[in-house]
Design a protein around this ligand. Structure first.
Ligand code: VG1
Ligand code: CO
Length: 543
């Protein structure tokens, strides 16, 4: 019989985090580990007959093996059709675009995103629903519950499907369609941006350096920037996706993309730099000798959105994750549109976009996007910036300084303490939470605290409540320190400390961020005793 049933036993800890289930590759290589999770997913989904599933990943190590397993299980589940990216490759925003365009009931994204790849690195799997966005918590909770009860796996007993050429084949009653990973996504981009203006910009000699960090963004950036928009060959560097990302850590920030930063600060630097992450949903934008913070990037895009064809009619509203700076709030207020504050993770933006409440959204972690898909989108952000530079005639730096002139600068930094023992991280958060009721109205490290709480979110569309989404300590002048534990790491715990201070005084806006945030850094230490709990003198990464 081609469809077989195998016995299995549950694995501990298959709970999806901020963005799907992420573990070391070696964990995923255990027999039936991936199968159990996929079976749990299929068990909680309704009947798949007549439905389409999208499958693709960022091409990291283990991607191909995982795709073949999923195809066999999807056939056993009874999908009418599976659309899979050529070579098993689809960026996260492309999965979202493909789901939406083809009316799929959902999609499986294979990626650990910004986490390192290779045999010793990380792997990940995530389910997206029919709007193209990450499954909401009620779905991920159901999947997790099912992983603890799964006892049978259903799959076909069939050979691997050829994935390297576009075309169709069948497994049992399921059509397996290998698609061009770029085409559907490119069509969406053409509909949003003024390609003619961007083409003229490149024709005039404007120079961009796009670092795809040997991850999945390369083929998309090359096809659009070099292929369609006339950027010179070599504009996109590290363009070929590699299973180990060529040893790079495709987490686009000034620390991990230091080579890009070096190019943008060198003599004869290009006009603009950009980078994307493992699955191409994050972006970093850099001007000549000028680094753009992601929170400022979102605010600039919102302020100028009507200059871009796809947003000419204006934007309905904006949303940002709680730790993201309030720069976009100030822009929204001036524009008279609503600004929503959500927990960390893109899944919280989906309902707001589906309900037409927001058009643009973003996170401090180098993620920006809009309602064109239901994921953050790295190349989209870069094209948006190019469109703005082309139509305003301003440089990247001028666009950001324009924001600061009008609204002041939200000086911002995130300090990450990585791979700390889980019990220590939990103890820190527990103590901090216990101290919250007494912090409001007092002064700590000389700073007056207006209120301190643990962020909770009630989704304005479906009323679902998400508790304990991060501790925030807010000063009387609106400055903030936020503490939360990462939900994407795979080694111990990662503590993230987010620091924000508004600086209206133009003469002080160029102070280095760490210097300007000194008093808040001292406050963070005083309230949370970060050094004592983490055993670390300084953060592993400061961005
Ligand atoms: C991090 C970021 C968060 C982002 C998530 C997924 O989560 O802080 O803003 O949505 O990664 O991004 P956490 O829980 O580790 O802080 V991606 O590009 O890795 O899918
Ligand atoms: Co990502």
């Amino acid at each position: 019989m081609p469809i077989i049933t195998l016995p299995t036993t549950p694995f501990e800890g298959q709970r999806p985090g901020t963005s799907g289930l992420r573990k070391k590759v070696t964990v995923f290589q255990q027999s039936r580990y991936l199968e159990n999770f996929v079976q749990a997913l299929f068990d909680v989904l309704p009947d798949a007959s007549g439905q389409t599933l999208v499958v693709g990943g960022d091409g990291r190590f283990h991607n191909r093996v995982a795709v073949q397993t999923i195809l066999r299980m999807a056939a056993a589940k009874g999908y009418a059709r599976v659309l899979v990216g050529q070579g098993g490759i689809l960026s996260t925003p492309a999965v979202s675009a493909v789901i939406r365009k083809h009316g799929a009931s959902g999609g499986i994204v294979l990626s650990a995103s910004h986490n390192p790849g290779g045999p010793d690195g990380d792997f990940g799997i995530k389910y997206n629903v029919s709007n193209g966005g990450p499954a909401p918590e009620k779905v991920t909770d159901a999947i997790y519950a099912r992983t603890q009860q799964v006892t049978q796996l259903h799959m076909t007993d069939t050979a691997d499907v050829a994935l390297d050429a576009v075309g169709s084949s069948r497994i049992e009653g399921t059509d397996i369609v290998v698609i061009d990973p770029v085409a559907d996504y490119a069509e969406v981009m053409r509909g949003l941006f003024d390609f003619a203006a961007i083409r003229r910009l490149f024709a005039s000699g404007f120079r961009l350096r796009y670092d795809a960090m040997c991850a999945v963004g390369g083929p998309y950036a090359k096809a659009l920037l070099e292929g369609e928009l006339g950027a010179p060959a070599g504009t996109v560097v590290n363009a070929a996706p590699m299973e180990d990302f060529g040893g790079l850590h495709p987490d686009p920030n000034p620390v991990n993309a230091e080579d890009l930063i070096a190019h943008l600060f060198a003599d004869n630097a290009p006009d603009m730099g950009a980078a994307s992450d493992g699955d191409a949903d994050r972006n970093m934008v850099v001007g000549r000798r000028f680094v753009v913070s992601p929170s400022d990037s979102l605010a600039v895009l919102a302020a100028h959105a009507s200059k871009v064809p796809g947003y000419r009619a204006g934007i309905a509203g904006v949303a940002r994750s709680m730790p993201t700076s309030t720069a976009v709030d100030r822009v929204a207020k001036a524009m008279g549109i609503p600004c929503f504050e959500t927990p960390t993770g893109w899944k919280f933006f989906g309902n707001l976009m589906d309900a037409g409440k927001v058009t643009l959204c973003g996170e401090e972690s180098y993620g920006t996007g809009s309602n064109h898909v239901r994921e953050k989108d790295g190349l989209w952000a870069v094209l948006f910036w190019l469109n703005l530079v082309a139509t305003t005639g301003q440089t990247v730096e001028q666009l950001v300084r324009g924001l600061w002139n009008e609204h002041g600068r939200c000086v911002y930094s995130r300090h990450d303490y990585e791979a700390i023992p889980t019990d220590k991280a939990d103890a820190l958060m527990r103590e901090l939470r216990a101290s919250l009721p007494t912090l409001g109205g007092t002064s700590v490290a000389g700073l007056p605290i207006a209120f301190a709480d643990d962020f909770a979110y009630t989704d304005p569309v479906d009323g679902s409540v998400s508790q304990r989404q991060g501790v925030r300590i807010v000063l009387t002048d609106g400055s903030r320190v936020v503490f939360r534990l990462s939900g994407t790491g795979t080694e111990g715990a990662t503590l993230r400390v987010y620091l924000e201070r508004h600086e209206p005084d133009a003469s002080r806006q160029d102070l280095p961020a760490q210097e300007a945030l000194e008093p808040l850094i001292a406050l963070a230490e005083a309230v949370a005793q970060v050094r004592r709990y983490t055993g670390m003198d300084r953060p592993s990464v400061m961005t």
